[in-house]
Write a protein that binds this ligand. Structure first.
Ligand code: MN
Length: 452
């Protein structure tokens, strides 16, 4: 399978041409790119891949919104939209180690030393209130200083100088942990970033697992073959050979710089803090490189991150309830679960397993298997007709959640959590029957013929 972004986009242009929009007029990297994505979705209900050919102040064209459709992501994974969770779980459980190659397209152009200039890449500002231009689609590649196991993740980078950015390390996550270990020894942490990759790499980087699980192997699992990687110019690290662009650098062991505010996945611009500093040591890229920008907080970001999240939650609920049928993360901090409830009380157990598996989860709704969790109307119907608030709502006060939730007050991320058991009681088979029709009547109606 081709492991690069341009050949995947070529497939989209061939197989679903309406999914691709080329913008040839010059655009302002401040606000205009993100605003175009959001307005197209709001007013036309369309989510095409955008390629902005002419971005003021930079020679690189900008691509965004590639991940904003489940069918497109499914195409990248080689399965149907409903099989993605299962396919991703399979990749997590059957990882494939990468293969080192001598060179690749990401080495067409190599820029090191004084020639490094972050001002040459598109200076994209996403939302009003943001602290400055950000790189939002940088996937970090770093190694555990003790074990050498790779960790990959999306880390937002705010451009703060010619060869400098700040980096947002999520508290308690794996890259943050690596940096703490390096910092204790007074050493910088080497880290490289891939920008503009095949969705299999993007999905693999978002796998939620233990610090010993190597995301480069999960990327291979999603591809169904070893990912090809090349050695960095200035670091002792491997990076995807077919990436559009690689940024190499070192997170400094000391010093902090002001970062933010930034409009995050929550839908709010917030969170200005003092953060770690990245010194950029090299930029390498493909000849004709397209710069990928993630439309953070919109579908491009939300759909991509939910597939790995849902796979992990499915795994967690399944360990408690083998008859779980589906898991969906429809919006920030929210999870819908459907189960085939065999025993009284499993609805509440499902709520508990979601809270146990994901720090950010704050609201869980559990429904029976006859309710489609991918249809918000059906979930609302089940909540309205199968639950009693005094009996079926569970509130957990004073727990830890996301520090980006603006509804928490005082201490960042100190939050209550709630679950709704919207399964039929005592069990679906004993509950008032739904609308239904005699089978012979249903089968005897030929809708095609009626409407022809
Ligand atoms: Mn990890």
């Amino acid at each position: 399978m081709p492991q690069d972004l341009p050949s995947f986009v070529d497939r989209i242009r061939k197989e679903c041409p309406e999914d691709f929009v080329m913008v040839t007029d010059e655009v302002d990297p401040a606000y205009e790119i993100t605003a175009t994505v959001v307005k197209t979705e709001q007013e036309a209900r369309k989510r095409p891949v955008f390629l902005f050919e002419n971005v003021r102040g930079s020679d690189f064209p900008v691509m965004t919104n590639l991940h904003a459709s489940r069918p497109r992501l499914a195409m990248a994974m080689g399965c149907g939209p409903r099989e993605m969770q299962k396919k991703f779980l399979h990749a997590m459980e059957n990882p494939i180690p990468p293969r080192e190659v001598n060179t690749g397209p990401c080495k067409d152009v190599v820029i090191t030393g004084d020639a490094v200039d972050m001002g040459k890449i598109p200076q994209i500002v996403h939302h009003g209130g943001d602290g400055g231009p950000y790189i939002t689609a940088a996937i970090s590649f770093a190694r555990d200083p003790k074990t050498g196991v790779y960790n990959c993740a999306y880390n937002r980078l705010q451009i703060t100088g010619k060869a400098e950015t700040s980096i947002h390390l999520t508290l308690g996550k794996h890259l943050w942990e690596f940096h703490r270990m390096a910092e204790e020894k007074g050493e910088p942490l080497q880290v490289a970033f891939a920008i503009g990759v095949h969705p299999a790499i993007a999905l693999g980087s978002l796998a939620i697992g233990s610090i010993d699980e190597d995301e480069t192997h999960i990327m291979g699992g999603v591809f169904g073959e070893a990912m090809e990687m090349v050695r960095c110019e200035t670091l002792d690290l491997l990076v995807p050979a077919h990436a559009e662009m690689i940024i190499e650098g070192e997170i400094q062991p000391s010093g902090r710089v002001k970062e933010g505010p930034f409009g995050e996945f929550t839908g709010y611009s917030l969170g200005a803090r003092e953060r770690e500093i990245l010194k950029v040591t090299a930029i390498t890229h493909r000849k004709g490189c397209v710069f990928y920008d993630m439309s953070v907080g919109h579908l491009d970001h939300m759909l991509l991150s939910t597939i790995p999240m849902e796979a992990n939650l499915f795994r967690a609920v399944r360990s408690m309830i083998p008859s779980v049928t589906a898991v969906r993360v429809p919006s920030p901090f929210t999870c819908f679960v459907s189960i085939e409830q065999r025993l009284k009380g499993q609805g509440k157990n499902a709520i508990l397993s979601v809270f146990g598996a994901d720090l950010y989860m704050k609201r869980v709704v559990v429904v029976d298997q006859d309710v489609d969790v991918f249809d918000d109307r059906q979930v609302n119907w089940a909540m309205a007709t199968r639950s009693q608030p005094d009996r079926d709502i569970l509130i957990i006060p004073g727990a830890r959640g996301s520090d980006l939730d603006p509804s928490t007050s005082g201490d960042d991320g100190f939050t209550a959590k709630w679950g709704v058991d919207a399964t039929a009681k005592p069990l679906l088979k004993d509950f008032t029957p739904r609308h239904h029709f005699p089978e012979d009547v249903w089968n005897g109606i030929d809708v095609k013929k009626l409407l022809s």
